[in-house]
Design a protein around this ligand. Sequence first.
Ligand code: FAD
Ligand code: EPU
Length: 342
Amino acid sequence: MEQTPYIKENVSLRRFNTFHIDATALYFIEVNDYKQLSELIESDFLNKNPHLLLGGGSNLLFTNNFNGIVVQIKNKGIESFNSTDNTVLVKAAAGENWHEFVAYCVDKGFGGLENLSLIPGNVGSCPIQNIGAYGVEIKDCFYSLEAIDLKTGELKTFHAIDCNYGYRYSIFKGELKGKFAIWSVTFQLNLNPVVHVEYGAIKHELEAKGIENPGIKDVSEAVCTIRRSKLPDPEILGNAGSFFKNPTVDLKFANKLRESFPKLVSYPLTDGNEKLAAGWLIEQCGWKGFREGDAGVHENQALVLVNYGNAKGSQILTLAYRVLNSVYERFGVKLEMEVNVI
Ligand code: FAD
Ligand code: EPU
């Protein structure tokens, strides 16, 4: 097959995924600018091979070698413009590191993303599952994104209404999966920020520090402290954050569950349904701290599956199904995977 020169062959993906799974990509390319991506599209390489877009690899589980082309999006740049009295539009290239981008906004006094500090990965992936933490999701200050059609090379703008955002969901995880490369994301941020500190853990952290009127920097620091205390650092222990989503059930079902399990951890939703804490359900099934070979369930956070070193992706997936089945048998609740299984 004719190749553009910058495509590498048989590349180990171990350092490109936070689970540190040792899979191999048949072809691998880093894309730094639009010209490189459009050349790749014109070469027909993407249409002739299975392809996978890659950011920071923090929400992926490779269960096999990837017998196609992995395209890592690495374009850079941040610009802010069009500010009104109260808001500023900030556009970041897909290849920017998410946390560094949030830190940039916090430093400039642009409010809105501070609760999402320290989430691994890149800007271009944040819309895929509408990343969220501590009471905020990116959809709350999302303005638009630019994405490149991988068949035609055309650049298309998507506004919030086009993205179909939901809890850990967007159209890019659904009907447009694998069809567009997200190229930049623009947020509308606040120059007079109102902080979101309703989430219990943030409140406690600020109180512990004696901070009464927190600014966005205080919130960002509190979130970083909480995250470091709760979640394993992928540099030390391979993982992809929450492996499953927190399931939603209707009130009637939640009440029935509470009759048998009075300590059920759940949160009311505005539509009358309830979200259950999947970590609690998994812990109740006895999985917390479980380890078989190098695949395990984290000892402090049962929602996080971990690779102690040399687990294969298929071993992590087998464990995930065992967890999922036991939660279903005990509670009648079907967990859904959050991580993208490849
Ligand atoms: P990748 O893993 O590289 O890719 C994820 C998906 O997006 C894949 O399907 C990929 O094909 C696709 N993709 C990547 N880049 C592009 C692009 N430019 N265009 C189109 N498609 C693309 N998530 C949360 O929501 N909240 C959290 O609090 C949270 N905490 C985490 C904590 C830890 C320790 C870890 C390891 C993960 C956590 N995550 C969390 C999950 C993860 O950080 C997010 O999903 C993040 O957005 C993934 O970014 P990434 O660049 O690593 O994406
Ligand atoms: N819990 C347990 N045992 C556990 C873990 C949790 O009982 O082992 C119970 C506790 O009662 C705890 C509650 O579950 O209070 C909630 O746990 P936690 O605050 O750790 O949050 P989570 O629901 O497990 C979600 C997101 C995280 C996000 C945090 C903070 C999902 C799937 N996960 O986790 O996102 O950072 O809230 O907002 O929604 C991710 O998506 O990868 C991720 C890490």
